[in-house]
Design a protein around this ligand. Structure first.
Ligand code: HEC
Ligand code: HEC
Length: 238
């Protein structure tokens, strides 16, 4: 009896203080809440949660093209970020610090990182899951333009959640996300000699402008093909 009780207690992490009520919440459940809570990051400039960029179902929901992979079966991979990260917590903390403006990486023994870990384990039934490829485009180069209708689909699936409606930004996740494509109007002045479309390609591929600034996520070739990027640029009239 006592043993079962103890095991049960061990399985429940008491996070009453963190959750603001008196009921003990199982760690995985607390982790699931944190996953879609932008307040996980203490930065008041952050409006992203993990769920902004990652699905958790075996395949992403229809109409969603995220920069990050679905985290279904992510916990037991041998490496992450295309082999750049070999510890799960480092893979998470890269996102936490660079995209969510976390002031410092989540420490290994914090209730938050433990709960996120338990949640990721709970959606990772395959213990032999393989690492996923991630091809970063090193040098931004022009791409062949494509079909505008396809470009509109790509915009809706990949950009609209953060940037809102084209031309107005209506419904955008954060005021920090610029109105597309109007924001490119002064690129000629800011980046003299560089075609505005190339600046957008650089931004989408690296999340930063030529190595500087920003907390927009980068899109690998797996997340967004050059063909889809070309279609998107046609839709943006770039
Ligand atoms: C602004 C977008 C964004 C946010 C927010 C974000 N991530 Fe990511 N994440 C990415 C991108 C882009 C990658 C690199 C592509 C990939 O490997 O999925 C990535 C990679 C990862 C990976 C490695 C996946 C793999 O197998 O390579 C894990 C694990 C992860 N993120 C967890 C998290 C968690 C947990 C949070 C919340 C604390 C979070 N991410 C927040 C964009 C984001
Ligand atoms: C997770 C949210 C998110 C997604 C998804 C996203 N962006 Fe962004 N984007 C931002 C934020 C926030 C900024 C402003 C901060 C920065 O520059 O990183 C930004 C900035 C930009 C800029 C630079 C604007 C300027 O100030 O000059 C461009 C261009 C851009 N995004 C294009 C895109 C395109 C195209 C897509 C879809 C393929 C996309 N973004 C997807 C959040 C996002």
């Amino acid at each position: 009896m006592r043993r079962t009780r103890l095991a049960l207690l061990a399985a429940l992490t008491l996070l009453a203080a963190a959750c603001g009520d008196d009921e003990p919440v199982p760690a995985a459940e607390y982790g699931e809440r944190l996953f879609s809570d932008a307040k996980l990051s203490e930065s008041r400039f952050n409006s992203f949660s993990c769920a902004t960029c990652h699905s958790t179902t075996p395949t992403p929901a229809a109409g969603r093209m995220d920069s990050g992979y679905t985290l279904h079966d992510s916990a037991f991979r041998k490496s992450w970020w295309g082999g750049y990260e070999t510890r799960l917590l480092d893979a998470v903390n890269f996102c936490y610090v660079n995209f969510m403006r976390g002031v410092a990486p989540l420490p290994e023994d914090s209730p938050q990182s433990r709960a996120l870990y338990e949640y990721l384990v709970s959606i990772s039934p395959n213990q032999d899951a393989r690492p996923l490829p991630m091809t970063v485009v090193k040098n931004a180069a022009d791409v062949t333009r494509g079909d505008r209708a396809r470009g509109q689909e790509v915009y809706r699936a990949a950009c609209q959640n953060c940037h809102g409606e084209l031309h107005t930004g209506e419904g955008r996740l954060t005021e920090a996300a610029s109105v597309l494509p109007e924001v490119t109007a002064d690129y000629g002045e800011v980046f003299p000699g560089v075609p505005p479309s190339l600046v957008v390609i650089e931004k989408v591929r690296h999340g930063q402008f030529f190595g500087v600034g920003g907390n927009m996520p980068p899109y690998s070739l797996e997340a967004l093909s050059d063909a889809d990027l070309g279609a998107l640029l046609s839709f943006l009239d770039l």
